[in-house]
Design a protein around this ligand. Structure first.
Ligand code: GSH
Length: 319
């Protein structure tokens, strides 16, 4: 078996309200969380133990055969994929106390711009950008927790074995074998792009083109107190806010918006928004991720180092 120590049956959640299966460090989960908070939707959050492979248990694969978070479940309705979840909630939760992320009073060209920019941002291969930044670390000199060196190394290692691991999950779950094997191929191809520096530079170039367009858009508002495309915080802001947060956590902010002051100011403004603060991972969850992802020998080293510092301090005090 590939997985252990995780619930082998769907958790009994006898609730009427929507349930979001998510992971606090997952980019796509954070985007959905931001949308749900912005729209003032009550929901129950179930954190899937991705590190232990809970997403490949049969009960989770029944929800999403790709073995990915986020998934939204409302009664018997199951909606996988962040884009589908966002579409679903935007269409179905529009009346008070909810609010639209595409407000009614937008001009047609504004709505078009919001949809276009949201779409551009959503198409970015964020997993490849993240993993590539761990390998070509000179682009991201200042990574934030949880992306400290031992965690980055552990993530690169688990990404490297993922393609084979997925073949193993496919064997364990023959009904979902086809989709899992397709995902295994995807991981093998992604690995090629991540490792080749030229390909990674091209990917960052594409990201920069989008950020340049966003910088120009923000600049065009002058001093108006606008978000990306409107005075309202819209769908485009949910996509952009979480993208910027991920790039910042990876340590790419100087490289990407050091020379784009409007994006820098926009990013700082997000921290005054309650929904954004709720959607990004708490310190506790970041510490938990760091602990789970840090190899045991490194923890032992840090433990020994701390113990020896304490002993040295005690000895010094006795002198
Ligand atoms: N296209 C999916 C991507 C979701 C995705 O990649 N989720 C990642 C976390 S950010 C995941 O569940 N990874 C676990 C795995 O693949 O084993 C979406 O938009 O929801």
């Amino acid at each position: 078996m590939c997985h252990e120590k995780v619930p082998q049956n769907i958790p009994e959640l006898n609730v009427e309200e929507p349930v979001l299966f998510y992971h606090s460090q997952s980019f796509y989960s954070q985007k959905v969380l931001l949308v749900l908070y912005e729209k003032n939707i009550n929901f129950l959050a179930y954190e899937v133990n991705v590190a232990a492979g809970e997403q490949y248990t049969p009960w989770f694969l029944d929800l999403n055969p790709k073995g990915e978070v986020p998934v939204l479940k409302i009664g018997s309705l199951v909606v996988p994929e962040s884009a589908q979840i966002i579409n679903y909630v935007e269409r179905n939760f529009q009346q008070e106390p909810h609010r639209r992320l595409l407000p009614r009073d937008l001009m047609p060209q504004q709505e078009k711009k919001i949809l276009r920019l949201s779409n551009l941002i959503s198409k970015l291969p964020i997993g490849t950008i993240s993993m590539g930044s761990f390998i070509h670390a000179d682009f991201s000199p200042n990574p934030k927790p949880p992306f400290i060196a031992p965690v980055r190394r552990a993530l690169v290692t688990s990404d490297r074995v993922m393609s084979n691991q997925l073949k193993c999950y496919a064997k364990d779950n023959p009904i979902y074998a086809e989709v899992l094997l397709r995902k295994s191929d995807f991981y093998a191809r992604k690995r090629d792009i991540i490792c080749k520096r030229d390909d990674y530079v091209k990917l960052l170039g594409r990201l920069e083109e989008i950020l340049e367009e966003i910088e120009n858009e923000l600049r065009s508002h002058g001093n108006a107190d606008w978000w990306l495309c409107s005075s309202h915080f819209t769908l485009a802001d949910c996509c952009l806010g979480i993208l910027l947060y991920r790039l910042y956590a990876l340590g790419l902010e100087d490289y990407l918006w050091g020379k784009r002051p409007h994006i820098g100011a926009y990013f700082a403004r997000l921290y005054a928004r309650e929904s954004f603060l709720r959607a990004i991972p708490s310190r506790i969850s970041t510490l938990r991720t760091m602990w789970n992802k840090t190899p045991a020998n490194y923890k032992l080293g840090v433990g020994l180092l701390s113990a020896s510092s304490v002993i040295a301090a005690v000895l010094a005090m006795r002198k």
